[in-house]
Design a protein around this ligand. Structure first.
Ligand SMILES: Nc1ncnc2c1ncn2[C@@H]1O[C@H](COP(=O)(O)OP(=O)(O)O)[C@@H](O)[C@H]1O
Ligand SMILES: [Mg+2]
Length: 268
């Protein structure tokens, strides 16, 4: 659940204004759900994007703070794709990240959308980027609880792991900026495409159309279909279990999309 900008204690606001000068106006971000606060912020030194999370206690980070710390560590190593991180503030039990504001709209993944070409270009570039040493999360570990052998998903490629349409901003001049790097991981390159598939389905692609779309990526085309089957089944099973515990509508939808993909892939 998001908090409101006005929840920030004075010492945090002071810390931010030390970097930006007086804050004139704030406006909540139109999407996302991890950070406690995500806002566009107009300041004396210009417009910024700010994400903030509250610690569990002065000594203890919660999952949102851990995600922000991770994102702050990774961002300086993926500047080709991501917004700049200008500063961080830690005060009053909060961690705050101040980003370059990207003037952009969410990508449109519906079939036939010209944004799909921009997405493809971004993914090709991402797949060709060596994984920075700092990125240490191993993507295959996500599926350890649902399948015995996760080694097919392991690898050394840089994976963003959450290239949904709300994390890909398209600027008025057609540039793509990928946000939300908290869960960037290392793994087999094709896993990035596997994780993207439910977002293509959500935007209206049939599983067959989505399968066709990802084939242009060499990592996907060369992946062993048995490995992709194992991944697809594990991916769907993890979301099925997640939906059992979490009644949120978007979780049920993701469980359904991953199930549809897995059934299609097994059948094909
Ligand atoms: N640097 C930025 N500039 C402008 N808008 C941004 C920026 N980063 C993120 N956003 C917007 O805020 C939303 C939430 O940010 P995101 O980093 O995805 O947070 P969350 O982890 O909560 O999903 C994004 O979907 C996007 O619309
Ligand atoms: Mg997001």
């Amino acid at each position: 659940m998001r908090s409101d900008w006005t929840d920030l204690p004075f010492e945090v606001l002071d810390g931010i204004e030390a970097h930006t000068g007086p804050i004139h106006r704030t406006e909540p971000a139109p999407a996302g759900n991890h950070a406690d606060i995500a806002s566009n912020v107009d300041t004396a030194s210009g417009r910024l994007f700010v994400k903030a999370a509250r610690k569990v206690s002065p000594e203890k980070d919660g999952p949102e703070v851990r995600s922000l710390r991770n994102e702050a560590r990774i961002l300086p190593h993926v500047t080709e794709f991501a917004p700049r991180l200008h500063w961080t503030v830690e005060a009053g039990g909060w961690l705050v990240l101040g980003f370059e504001h990207v003037d952009g709209r969410h990508a449109d993944y519906t079939p036939g959308s010209p944004d799909l070409e921009i997405l493809a270009k971004t993914l090709h570039a991402l797949q060709a980027t060596p994984c920075p040493e700092i990125v240490q999360m191993q993507v295959e570990r996500r599926w350890e609880t649902v399948t015995e052998d996760v080694s097919p998903m392991a690898g050394t490629a840089l994976l963003h792991t959450d290239v949904n349409a709300e994390n890909l901003l398209i600027t008025p001049d057609g540039r793509a900026v990928l946000v939300d790097w908290a869960f960037a991981s290392r793994g087999a390159a094709w896993v990035e495409l596997g994780l993207l598939l439910p977002w293509l389905l959500k935007a209206g692609h049939t599983p067959a159309e989505a399968a066709d779309w990802v084939t242009e990526f060499p990592s996907w085309a060369q992946a062993d279909p048995a490995d992709v089957d194992l991944f697809s089944t594990a991916f769907a099973e993890r979301w099925r279990r997640h939906a059992e515990r979490n009644p949120a509508e978007w979780v049920a939808l993701h469980a359904d999309l991953t199930r549809r993909w897995a059934e299609f892939h097994r059948g094909g």
